[in-house]
Design a protein around this ligand. Sequence first.
Ligand SMILES: Cc1cc2nc3c(=O)[nH]c(=O)nc-3n(C[C@H](O)[C@H](O)[C@H](O)COP(=O)(O)OP(=O)(O)OC[C@H]3O[C@@H](n4cnc5c(N)ncnc54)[C@H](O)[C@@H]3O)c2cc1C
Length: 583
Amino acid sequence: SQNPVRDNCSAVGTTFDFIIIGGGTAGLTVATRLSRKLGNDCILVIEAGSDGRQDQGIINPGRRGSTFGTKYDWNLTTTPQADANNRSIRMTRGKVLGGSSALNLMVWDRGAKADYDAWEELGNPGWNWRNIYRSMLKVENFTKSPEYGADGVAQGGYIQTLINRIVPTHQLSFPPAMQKLGIANNRESLDGNPVGVSRQPSNIRELDYTRSYSTEYLEHANSNLVLRLNTRVAKIKFNNQRKATGVVLEDGTVIESSKEVILSAGTFQSPGLLEISGIGDKAALTKAGVAPLYQLPGVGENLHDHPRTAASYILKPGFVGVDRLKFNTTYAAEQIALYNAKQPSRYDYTGSGFVYAPWSSVSPDAQSSVAALARKEVSRASSVTLRKTLQLLSDSSVPQIEVIFSDGLTSIKGYPLPGDPLYGIETFTLIAGLMHPFSRGSVHIASPNISLPPIIDPKYLSSPTDRAAHVALAKYIRKIANTAPLKDVWTAEFEPGPAVQTDLEWEAYSRASVSTFYHPVGTCAMLPEKDGGVVSSELKVYGTKGLRVVDASVMPILVSGHIQTAVYGIAERAADIILAAWT
Ligand SMILES: Cc1cc2nc3c(=O)[nH]c(=O)nc-3n(C[C@H](O)[C@H](O)[C@H](O)COP(=O)(O)OP(=O)(O)OC[C@H]3O[C@@H](n4cnc5c(N)ncnc54)[C@H](O)[C@@H]3O)c2cc1C
């Protein structure tokens, strides 16, 4: 920072210039940028979780996933999903410094140019690919690799990214199989043109192969940024002009802000904090026992996520994969020793083989049937975001599906238990998702009490288009597995298994197995207020002053990729907008 920096900001103080609710992916990014430029201001980040920076479950890439269901997870679930056999689906979310960036699976990509241009076309001036891409590039420091070209990556940011040094032998047969299916290699898939088969970066530090995540920003913040961990905000305080004047903590403590409150509690919890504070749909607020302050019916609506399917295969003898870490303790100990000695190890591994494709590359039949259903579903009366989703469907530069080659078993059935004849199998999984789903759900509070979990209803597969698309996608991943040379590395399909053949059986499999790609967005959508928007293109909450939302919830429509780079990019751009207002 060029400015003099205050060193008397105290974490236990009761007045700050800026209060950021949620020390997660977006919260730490925006807080750090404010801290660096506004040296005279005191910036407080309030985070409900603890600091997990020393925890191997968080920092060791091979242990990603081991934190799900622990104290670092909010342990949320959906309501019973009517189109998924009434299953309640687990919604893992980070409750820890760094938020979901501390728990995520470290896939680092972006989506297509048109996905971002769509945000601007929906009524958000400046929120286009060119600008958001520039913000996303600020975030990262990519280690150059012969596996990746020059476009789409950058050096100089705080988050370290690289192409993983561990590639399982069986993964080598994936790109040539995709080429046989007409999908070309793409060596620069992060430049806004993701269609193709590619290896993509993970957010890992080259030096010690640990997770590089949003806490990296804090290392570059000034002493005027202070953290309150293990502290939950229960409500936002407004004066009688509806200006946010601070927050109330769970224990009743009031903390004042003289400039702004920035809400970065994530897609499931930012809308709830607005609702508890009186901003939302009047009927929903009254039902939950909250006195309404401002009628904003979009709060908590427009929830959408990439719905996931998967198929897994038992490898021929001789292939060694990450499953071995589960059943062979000697091997696991060797690999941990290598990891600790900073040598290449199976614990380095993160999924790194990716396919992005439009329906036209999957099959002409799938393309025409999905398009016909979508046209029927999206009538003139439908929401602006669904009409935009329909437009993106006819743009062949925009992927509609993603397939990840993932070593090891990711399955609904789970890994066979000791004693099962299949205990000890080595596997790979093709994990796939729909990039532009039509199903829309919601998240709302159940009561004014912040300690009660929100009612999360993503309505997975409620759209007939999504149901048909999910079946087409599941069939396609079996086709990939049965294409040489990939078909030569496995002996049997573990899941769904050969009993699933007809479209009806595939649909039953979809309903029984659909789950989250962990990319929920849209619940505080950046859209014009008349279109169901919650925040303006300056991320200000309609009907209020001094209050913005900066996190994944503001995305009006999903991008066709994993979303963390977009979340960091939103936060970088938000910081520019906020700084322009205060400097
Ligand atoms: C399991 C999982 C795997 C994923 N894998 C990938 C991937 O591989 N690649 C990718 O690109 N994306 C991935 N994602 C998505 C991506 O990580 C998230 O979209 C992104 O991190 C969300 O950022 P955010 O700032 O919106 O919210 P978060 O990072 O979740 O931050 C919200 C923060 O607010 C805190 N908070 C909430 N309520 C309160 C309150 N009342 N008071 C105080 N603090 C509060 C939370 O504890 C949390 O720290 C994954 C996500 C998950 C959960």
